[in-house]
Ligand binder design. Structure first.
Ligand code: ADP
Ligand code: C5P
Length: 212
């Protein structure tokens, strides 16, 4: 029997734009099918050889912070229906966790992260490219609340990081990737029309004869 090629959806957008919310909305529709979420964040370069203080100095919004070679290798494996060992990231320790997650091949691969549309080789692996577009004032408010609650940061450190790295890198590397998107989704996970359109498109691709 012919083996179908999985569908790859790339979901980019600024920090706290709502990528995870959009991802979850799509994931929930396909959870009975077979779907996996690959978070680009989990592919931040391993920093276990650095001290905690040194890790605080990393620019986490620059493309070079990510191990895209490993990410591309994993997507290519999933595309030919091979399993992967997905890394896990620890935002509080700022490095990869010890454990990995075993991921079996699936029909739908959702690749989500601030810079997934920045790398041409990654873009080439995607069937659908989304950019979640949310105003920066909303994103910084959400980020202050989230990073204090979930990522072990203080208000001062979130604001300092936003001004020194997040904002400039967003303008330099993230915002320009909007031009590569097939669909730009304003306001993320609350945009039900955009989510419905995406789901319909994914179903259409799954029903066509895209065999390996
Ligand atoms: P991203 O993955 O782009 O960083 P998330 O979807 O994780 O964004 O959202 C970041 C934070 O903002 C989370 O704490 C989430 O609860 C909050 N958030 C996301 N969308 C909304 C919304 N429409 N209204 C209010 N808060 C939101
Ligand atoms: O979920 P979100 O898209 O916001 O995650 C990306 C953000 O995580 C980046 O803007 C980066 O600044 C931040 N990050 C961080 N500390 C780390 C790793 C990532 O603040 N150790």
């Amino acid at each position: 029997m012919a083996v179908k090629r999985p569908v790859v959806i790339g979901i980019a957008g600024g920090s706290c734009s709502g990528k995870t919310s959009v991802t979850r909305a799509i994931y929930d529709v396909f959870r009975d099918h077979s779907v996996v979420v690959i978070e680009q964040d989990f592919y931040y370069k391993d920093q276990s050889h650095l001290t905690f203080e040194e890790r605080l100095g990393t620019n986490y919004d620059h493309p070079l912070a990510f191990d895209n070679d490993l990410l591309i290798e994993h997507i290519k494996k999933l595309l030919v229906r091979q399993p992967i060992e997905k890394p896990v990231y620890d935002y509080v320790q700022h490095t990869r966790a010890q454990e990995v997650i075993h991921v079996e091949p699936v029909d739908v691969i959702i690749l989500e992260g601030i810079l997934v549309l920045e790398d041409a080789d990654l873009r080439d692996l995607m069937d659908i490219k989304l950019f979640v577009d949310t105003d920066s004032d909303l994103r910084i408010i959400r980020r202050i609340m989230r990073d204090i609650k979930e990522r072990g940061r203080t208000t001062d450190s979130v604001i300092e990081q936003y001004l020194s790295a997040v904002r400039p890198m967003h303008n330099l590397f993230i915002e320009p990737t909007k031009r590569y998107a097939d669909i730009i989704i304003p306001e993320g996970g609350d945009n039900e029309v955009a989510i419905d359109l995406m789901v319909t498109k994914i179903k259409t691709i799954l029903e066509t004869d895209n065999v390996l």
